[in-house]
Design a protein. Sequence first.
Lengths: 191, 191
Amino acid sequence: MNEGFLLVLSAPSGCGKTTILRQVMADLSGLSFSVSHTTRKPRLGEENGRDYHFVSPEQFIALRDQQPAGFLEWAEVHGNFYGTSRQEVAQRLRAGADVILDIDVQGAAQVRNNAEPVTVFIAPPSLEELERRLRGRGTESEENLQRRLANAAQEMEAAPAYTYLIVNDKLEEAVLALKSVIIAERCRRRR
Amino acid sequence: MNEGFLLVLSAPSGCGKTTILRQVMADLSGLSFSVSHTTRKPRLGEENGRDYHFVSPEQFIALRDQQPAGFLEWAEVHGNFYGTSRQEVAQRLRAGADVILDIDVQGAAQVRNNAEPVTVFIAPPSLEELERRLRGRGTESEENLQRRLANAAQEMEAAPAYTYLIVNDKLEEAVLALKSVIIAERCRRRR
């Protein structure tokens, strides 16, 4: 059994990342998501160890401050902590799974400091096209839409730090590209 | 138009490289072979510039001894010189083509010294399986077969130096793997 590899996937919102990822997961086996740790309370129907590892702030901070860091990346959102456990990811990799982390550009930068991930950035063909798609949904307030576009412009500045850049012009080509990255990385010789 | 990349492909004989490559070329566009230089005489039907660039030994040696080297790799076989022109490859890459060099492990080592190729080694599942396949063809003398196997064993020692290793266990999976490497490398960010 070969060890798996760690795949970090980032994209500005509206770039089709979720759709692409769903199709890739349906077509390829051997992929795995890690279960995050969080300090927020479980919601109805959420199960500890399946949806999240629900921990206390003290437990979270103890893990975070280990050396080496217990989290490959972590963030505070609306007063709650969220993190990706180094140990859990390592276990999945050792079991031969390729682990996908679906995280933003700040999280990706942290993972790069703590591990050697393969990183993929999914970009829109242009900011104009992204705006056209977001308006096409018709579900966003003008304020939200402007905020998303400003965030997207900022996140795209991080794209050069990624291993692969997939431009989601045509959905099926973007799906093929992400599948190809995964199949190719499985053939790639590692140190 | 993005610049293409240089793909070096090596495999011991009997590993199915030619079959894999033919299927990949049929399925993907944008791939190109470079035309080699040689000092041997044209055979009937061979055309200068299409099958080979036919040159004199003096022309070949002048190119070979340029700084930087005029050939990405060269070899002498049965008293004739063969080489892959750096300039011709560079022109194809600039035109946006991905250039495939189908060469042995010695040639691949030379190209690595002269350029930054993506390198793919196609291996049999095992030497035993390679022997079974070669015997299955029924076209080889025992002496030839033993020579091929000894060469294969030696060439496989060079596999760790390659970027990608594709084990040709099932032909269709090996074809998918090589196609995936090419599609993925087209998304890969280069320095």
